[in-house]
Design a protein around this ligand. Structure first.
Ligand SMILES: *Cc1c(COP(=O)(O)O)cnc(C)c1O
Length: 352
């Protein structure tokens, strides 16, 4: 071994879902939105002055921060924007989970959390969800160096009521609690309102799911001005220009189009509720999801078997070979037509 190889940082990277390309594929594996971004985004893109690309973008991404501040009724110094919520969350790990006590998160959750902990050398401990995949707030009443969980949780889609989120935040006011609201727009109640009471609460959001902009990479955090300032300081110590010009402009445009946003999110919720019934009729069960995906297990046929059969049909869903959830499939809610194709195949496959 060459000496320098000993000094390479050893990490276990996160494994993102496949991004297959092709015309006839049905892609239900990474929780993207099946609908395009709103007409305002397209217009702004067409009118974009590319001459400004010569210049560095606004490091404070003011235009986007302003739009989000207005949307959430918060002052601008309570909003931090980044390159997708993964960037914001990674920055938050680096900023807030900076002591010896372990950071707590559920054992069944977003698999990026342990990866950031590993990268930054942060101690962490997982807290078990119960057999119904439920998070119990009482399990979070113990010494810790911070807490993070998605609400709704991933990959279960289960929503933790606001009173229970508050219970966790209230009992942990000595550490920073992060609520990852990647899927909150699909029916859950946001913890945004708790920010006014709890200075230690950070709420993180993304444009990747409900706002149809996974490819633009836009995420943000809301919290007390103390938390936001700390995030800014770390960001400016790492890369001042995280947000590029198109993301700032198009992101701000997306936030303005409330009607389109409500319409598409409403359609996805409708499709999801119909899909729940169809899955049930086909012998699937799973937690009651308030996200844009369903987490399902079949009574007879194993998840990896169904996963492979679907893939042969060019229908992509997500399978995690993780103990405890290795007989489940996570299926993103697509358009009604995509779901119809999925269910027609499953009907034939399972009953044929
Ligand atoms: C999708 C997802 C993210 C990351 O979203 P990006 O904004 O695209 O980086 C973060 N947390 C959870 C729980 C997610 O499912």
């Amino acid at each position: 071994m060459r000496a320098w190889e000993n000094y390479i940082r050893k990490v276990v990277p996160y494994v993102p879902g496949e991004q297959p390309r092709g015309e006839h594929i049905i892609k239900l594996n990474t929780n993207e939105n099946p609908y395009p971004p709103g007409p305002g985004v397209l217009r702004a893109l067409r009118e974009m002055d590319t001459d400004v690309f010569r210049r560095y973008p606004d490091p404070s991404a003011k235009k986007l921060t302003e739009a989000l501040a207005r949307y959430h009724h918060l002052p601008q110094d309570q909003i931090f924007v980044g390159v997708g919520s993964d960037d914001v969350l990674g920055m938050a790990f680096l900023t807030f989970f900076n002591w010896e006590k372990p950071v707590l998160f559920p054992d069944i959750t977003y698999s990026f959390y342990p990866v950031w902990a590993g990268l930054f050398g942060i101690r962490c401990e997982t807290v078990r969800v119960n057999e119904k995949f439920e998070i119990n707030p009482e399990d979070y009443r113990r010494d810790n160096g911070g807490i993070i969980f998605p609400n709704p949780n991933a990959p279960t889609g289960m929503f933790l009521p606001l009173s229970q989120v508050e219970d966790i935040v209230r009992h942990n006011q000595d550490t920073v609690v992060i609520v990852d609201e990647a899927y909150i727009d699909f029916g859950g109640e946001s913890s945004r309102c708790l920010i006014d009471t709890y200075e230690n609460l950070l709420v993180v959001r993304t444009f990747s799911k409900s706002r149809s902009m996974a490819g633009m990479r836009i995420g943000y955090a809301m919290g007390s001005s103390v938390l936001i300032k700390a995030l800014q300081d770390v960001k400016y110590s790492y890369n001042s220009y995280t947000m590029d010009y198109p993301s700032i402009v198009l992101g701000a445009e997306a936030v303005k189009d409330e009607a389109y946003f409500k319409e598409t999110v409403g359609k996805i919720i409708g499709t999801r509720e119909r899909a729940k019934k169809r899955f049930e009729e086909l012998g699937f069960s799973g937690p009651d999801s308030l996200a844009n995906f369903l987490f399902v297990s079949h009574e007879r046929v194993s998840a990896p078997e169904i996963f492979r059969a679907l893939k042969d049909e060019q229908i992509y869903v997500r399978y995690f070979p993780t103990p405890g959830i290795d007989n489940y499939l996570r299926v993103t809610v697509g358009t009604d037509e995509e779901m119809e194709t999925l269910f027609r195949f499953l009907e034939a496959y399972l009953n044929g």
